[in-house]
Design a protein around this ligand. Structure first.
Ligand SMILES: Nc1nc2c(ncn2[C@@H]2O[C@H](COP(=O)(O)O)[C@@H](O)[C@H]2O)c(=O)[nH]1
Ligand SMILES: [Zn+2]
Ligand SMILES: [Zn+2]
Length: 684
């Protein structure tokens, strides 16, 4: 173990800071160098032995220096210590069955991984390597492995959102994963250009792997609405399983006129569907996947509708369900022969599900009965299930340590050239789009729901309200009192202490909502709008309506930890050496689904809408206010104002090009210039 002095000499003789933590002296953030210089320096300091474990700022390193000017934070290949880092180590090998699934959902453009959260520090290149290694492992074992994605590939990160049309740079990188089945999310359908990108480019490329059973797009050539991808996919796996797959989006109504979404109750009446379900062709397993929560009590879940229709014809055929949209880790049991997984969001979680029970008597399966030398699934869907099938499920933290552990590799040997190439592509896109440019130094972390909505550390009172108050001002009307209203679902991620970058702007506030307004609304009426909004229907399922993931933090009976206890519990020592905060999931099978044990994060519910007020007179209410709001909620605002207010009274408040992507950066430059020259990164 190198003593701290040596480490400090390695870490302190450079001008730049790395986003990594020096593993031999974790109490300081390592100050690394581009790999070449790191090597030279380490050898000169007699620390060459450190190199394999040192968190190297590789050639594509992410280093930010004293930011007396707008400096650059780049994406770092987080090289974890060669030995499993207990804080991030998975707790057990995966249970490999005859049919195995790796599942991503709601990636929302997070292809660089999480630069500020080590739990989720792997990038898309790491996932390319991992997925290819896992496919090879399955082949070597003589079993099937299907890679599945359930949509929402846009809105939430600079890699997908910093281009004129979202997805222009991110989709070619996303496409580097050889998915077996993909389907569409609502975030592919809000903006017509994105819907056409999926229809004209990616649906063509992915062919029948892209299953969009209830979503059509307008074909500008034929003048007709046509299914974006395949309505269903009937195929045989490598090991002989006959699969019938449906990809179903929830009953989404917020789409642009470039697309049409068929309700599931209507979809199951379509002839192609009834033909598929009643086919004479043999079906060994249904894969019912889609951008839909899997919890059966979730009102948005339309998978259940399709499940019931399948069961009318196939009462015991296995139905494997994979869902998304509600951004939580979840696992639900539908019946003795059907289980469902949902795999979180934002490249934080990789879902794993496996099953065994196929034989020549009930299927065309010709693989091994059970893979040798590894754990196998053992759990029936539920106690007493009358079924030959047993299952496993796991939620993997999206980091290199996890990927290396589950492929039995080492830090040095893990990467494939293809994975490193994709990492390079992510880095280049980030460079080209200047995503690492630093605009300020956030003095603390502000979260969306880890503290109550009225807590000063909550992102709404802590950042969003002061930011829109200070920045969303029409200079010609700055003397007017004003109310500014938005939906809380517009704010997409916590804001971490440390450098606030151009990328962080899209991570926190990715949408291009124009700020609209109605001038001189009587305050007595305007002040009733927010309470009505927060009582009424949420605008297209805002986060507030999202089912709160059940975990030890939201269900006190499960050993609730306050945030303070959380901090104290940070050093809790259990199965792993150190248990850090992160997902602690409770699902239909209990609390053993998380691959890496965590202490859980408090998750408070929040209202559907927030409001800022500005330029109010001292000590009294104004007579009238300018009522400013996101164009996303215009119809709700007008309906809450009543019949006297109509769309022709609405106009752009600043100008129609100033959107909700434009208020955070000016605020960062205004409010967070302290410590910019040496902005400590609080690596989560
Ligand atoms: N202000 C805006 N909010 C939006 C917009 N598009 C979506 N949203 C919010 O996101 C959720 C759905 O997100 P998901 O990842 O769960 O599918 C939706 O309910 C809104 O709250 C937008 O353009 N502007
Ligand atoms: Zn989503
Ligand atoms: Zn969604």
């Amino acid at each position: 173990m190198t003593d701290i002095r040596q480490c400090l000499s390695l870490c302190q003789s450079t001008r730049s800071l790395c986003l990594s933590v020096c593993p031999v002296c974790p109490e300081i953030s390592s100050i690394g160098l581009p790999l070449k210089e790191m090597k030279t320096l380490a050898i000169a300091s007699g620390l060459a032995a450190l190199l394999p474990t040192a968190l190297a700022c590789g050639s594509d390193s992410s280093c930010y220096g004293p930011t007396n000017t707008v400096e650059h934070v780049r994406h770092v290949k987080r090289i974890q210590p060669g030995v499993p880092n207990a804080a991030y180590g998975p707790k057990a090998p995966l249970e490999w069955g005859q049919l195995n699934f790796l599942h991503t959902t709601d990636t929302h453009g997070w292809l660089e991984g999480h630069l500020k959260e080590q739990n989720y520090g792997a990038d898309w290149g790491d996932f390319v390597t991992f997925s290819r290694r896992m496919k090879q492992t399955a082949g070597n074992m003589g079993v099937d492995l299907l890679l599945i994605d359930t949509g929402d590939l846009h809105d939430g990160n600079g890699v997908s959102d910093a281009t004129t049309i979202d997805g222009t740079e991110s989709m070619p990188i996303f496409d580097e994963i050889a998915y077996d089945l993909l389907t569409i999310g609502n975030h592919e359908l809000y903006v017509s250009e994105v819907a056409y990108q999926m229809f004209n480019n990616w649906a063509r490329k992915w062919g029948d792997r892209y299953v969009t059973s209830n979503v059509k797009a307008f074909n500008q050539t034929s003048g007709q609405y046509e299914y974006i991808g395949a309505t269903h996919r009937y195929f045989t796996t490598e090991k002989g399983l006959r699969v019938m797959a449906f990809g179903v989006l929830f009953d989404f109504t917020g789409n642009s006129n470039a697309s049409q979404v068929l309700k599931a109750t209507d979809m199951v009446k379509e002839e192609w569907f009834t033909d598929a379900v009643n086919t004479c062709d043999p079906i060994d397993v249904f894969v019912l996947f889609g951008h839909n929560p899997v919890r059966q009590t979730d009102s948005s879940n339309t998978l259940k509708t399709v499940f019931n229709e399948i069961r009318k014809v196939h009462p015991t055929t296995p139905i494997q369900i994979l869902g998304g949209h509600s951004h939580i880790r979840d696992f639900a049991v539908y019946d003795d022969n059907s289980v469902a997984i949902e795999s979180g969001r934002y490249c934080e979680t990789l879902g794993w599900m496996s099953m065994t029970g196929f034989s020549s008597s009930n299927s065309g399966y010709n693989g091994v009965k059970n893979p040798h030398g590894v754990a196998n699934p053992t759990r029936p869907a539920k106690a007493g299930a009358k079924s030959p099938f047993v299952y496993s499920r796991r939620y993997l933290d999206w980091n290199r340590q996890t990927f290396i552990y589950h492929t039995k590799q080492t830090e040095q040997a893990f990467d494939y050239g293809s994975g490193l190439r994709v990492t390079g592509e992510v880095t280049k896109v980030r460079e080209d789009l200047k995503l690492g440019d630093v605009y300020g130094c956030a003095p603390q972390t502000f979260c969306i729901s880890c503290v109550p909505f009225n807590d000063s550390s909550n992102i709404f009172p802590g950042v969003v309200v002061p930011a829109v108050t200070a920045v969303v001002v029409n200079k010609t009307r700055e003397d007017k009192s004003r109310l500014i209203i938005g939906n809380t679902g517009a704010i997409r991620f916590d804001l971490h202490q440390g450098p606030f970058t151009y990328d962080d702007n899209f991570i926190v506030s990715p949408f291009r909502d124009v700020f609209l307004y109605i001038p001189d609304v009587p305050y007595d009426l305007a002040k009733t709008v927010l309470p009505k909004l927060n009582k009424g229907p949420v605008a297209k399922r805002d986060f507030a309506a999202m089912p709160i993931p059940r975990d030890s933090c939201t269900d006190p009976s499960l050993g609730y930890l306050t945030r303070r206890e959380m901090r104290q519990s940070h050093g809790v020592v259990r199965r792993q050496e150190v248990v850090t905060s992160g997902y602690a999931t409770t699902d239909d099978w209990g609390t053993d689904g998380d691959d890496t044990e965590h202490t859980g994060i408090p998750n408070y519910s929040l209202p559907g809408y927030f409001q800022a007020q500005a330029n109010f007179p001292e000590g009294k209410d104004p007579e009238v206010v300018d009522l400013v709001f996101f164009d996303f909620i215009e119809s709700l605002i007008l309906s809450d104002l009543g019949a006297n207010y109509t769309a022709d009274m609405v106009s752009c408040y600043i100008d129609c090009s100033f959107t909700s992507q434009d208020f955070m950066l000016p605020y960062a430059k205004l409010a967070w210039q302290e410590n910019v020259d040496n902005c400590p990164l609080a690596l989560q």
